[in-house]
Design a protein around this ligand. Structure first.
Ligand SMILES: Cc1cc2nc3c(=O)[nH]c(=O)nc-3n(C[C@H](O)[C@H](O)[C@H](O)COP(=O)(O)O)c2cc1C
Length: 378
């Protein structure tokens, strides 16, 4: 195994191992990718404040997220098609998260179903819901998540309509993956991926079996999403979901203080300040730039988390400094999975935790819960 020292190393290994259409699906963003780049650039522009002369011997990265004890303030975000990076990827990622002591969120658009993942882990995981026009089907997903013992529901609000990802169209991304004249050469150079994923029994949308005709290409998939995902999704529906679910509710995709206030009114337990990792509204501000105003608007009434562009423990600490109580990571763990399967997800988490721990100390802190704007330089 090569020496892996950072998430970028995992990205590079995944790029070489995973079929191009799948790697690009993970890696890229919508339209001109302005927001995708802004997420990274705005995090990197935040300078941390080095402090010395402080005893930083005993440190802790432990905290809580929506009432769950976590080893560090990082949860695995919902990532569609995870199981096309590595066979049974959702089960493997959930296991790695469980061993590490952080939450795993299963996407509605996953390859392994809710039941598959429940059978593969022995602690509760979280389920992410997309609301479909067919409310009976949405209700059945909520019921299945309850039955599987999921301990929180993450309701995603920013994909009621899909932003275009140019790369997916150009690559002809299909689910299940299809070998075509255009992709066969690429796959010939990715034998480890091909043996692992193409031979796996799970290659389509596990939660939607029987609902979605095999998406021969992304155009068909986008059309299906356009036909099924509900563009009328409103705060009234959030109320409906909350009632049906009855447990911890996390609202994901909040980027505006007014929407954050509405989320408080709707009775959410936490919100995720997010622009879907730069995959939806291109031209939207970065999530880290949106964060301080949202923290102000929420006034400590509910937890505020952030995702988008987090690739290191330093990034996690930057988000905590600006008022998030925790973060979620998408690509950082998906690269790990694409590179080395379950071990790669574990490695991604270890890298981030070590970086977070050392960075905390070099900023003169012992506990992640003490992060504040005071650890940033103007
Ligand atoms: C490949 C991929 C698939 C995603 N699929 C979903 C999804 O099914 N549901 C969802 O709510 N968010 C989805 N997201 C968004 C992530 O949950 C998260 O908001 C985003 O990845 C955070 O940015 P980061 O990748 O820079 O960490 C996806 C992100 C990626 C990269």
């Amino acid at each position: 195994m090569p020496v892996v020292t950072c998430i970028e190393d995992l990205r590079e290994i995944a790029r070489k191992r995973v079929a191009r259409a799948i790697f690009d699906y993970v890696d890229r963003g919508s339209y001109a990718e302005y927001t995708l780049r802004a997420n990274r650039a705005d995090l990197e522009s935040l300078a941390l404040r080095q402090r010395v002369g402080v005893d930083v011997d005993k440190r802790s990265t432990r905290t809580t997220m929506a009432g769950h004890d976590v080893a560090m303030p990082v949860a695995l975000a919902p990532v569609g098609l995870t199981g096309l990076n590595w066979a049974d990827g959702e089960i493997l990622a959930a296991r790695a998260a469980q061993r590490f002591g952080v939450p795993y969120t299963l996407s509605t658009m996953s390859i392994c179903s809710i039941e598959d993942v429940a059978g593969g882990v022995d602690k509760p995981f979280w389920f992410q819901l997309y609301v479909m026009r067919d409310r009976g089907f949405s209700a059945s997903l909520i019921e299945r998540a309850k039955k599987a013992g999921c301990s929180a529901l993450v309701l995603t609000l920013d994909l009621q309509i899909q932003g275009q990802r140019h790369r997916d169209l150009k690559n002809g991304l299909a689910v299940p993956p299809k070998l075509t004249a255009a992709t066969v050469l690429d796959v010939l150079f990715k034998p480890s991926w091909a043996f692992n994923v193409l031979q796996s029994k799970r290659k389509s949308f596990g939660n939607l079996e029987g609902r979605i005709p095999d998406a021969k290409s992304l155009t068909t998939l986008s059309q299906w999403i356009a036909g099924q995902f509900d563009p009328t999704l409103s705060w009234k529906d959030v109320e409906w979901v909350k009632k049906l679910w009855g447990g911890k509710l996390i609202l994901k995709g909040i980027l505006d203080p007014e929407d954050a206030k509405a989320a408080v009114q709707a009775g959410a337990d936490a919100i995720v300040v997010s622009n879907h990792g730069g995959r939806q509204l291109d031209g939207a501000i970065s999530s880290i730039r949106a964060l301080p105003e949202i923290v102000d608007a929420v006034k400590g009434q509910i937890e505020v988390w952030l995702d988008g562009g987090i690739r290191s423990g330093q990034d996690v600490l930057r988000a905590l400094a600006l008022g998030a109580s925790a973060t979620m990571i998408g690509r950082a763990y998906a690269y790990g999975l694409g590179a080395f399967g379950e071990k790669g997800v574990a490695l991604a988490l270890e890298l981030i935790e070590k970086e977070l721990d050392v960075t905390l100390a070099l900023c003169g802190l012992r506990d992640v819960k003490d992060a504040s704007p005071a650890i940033l330089r103007a």
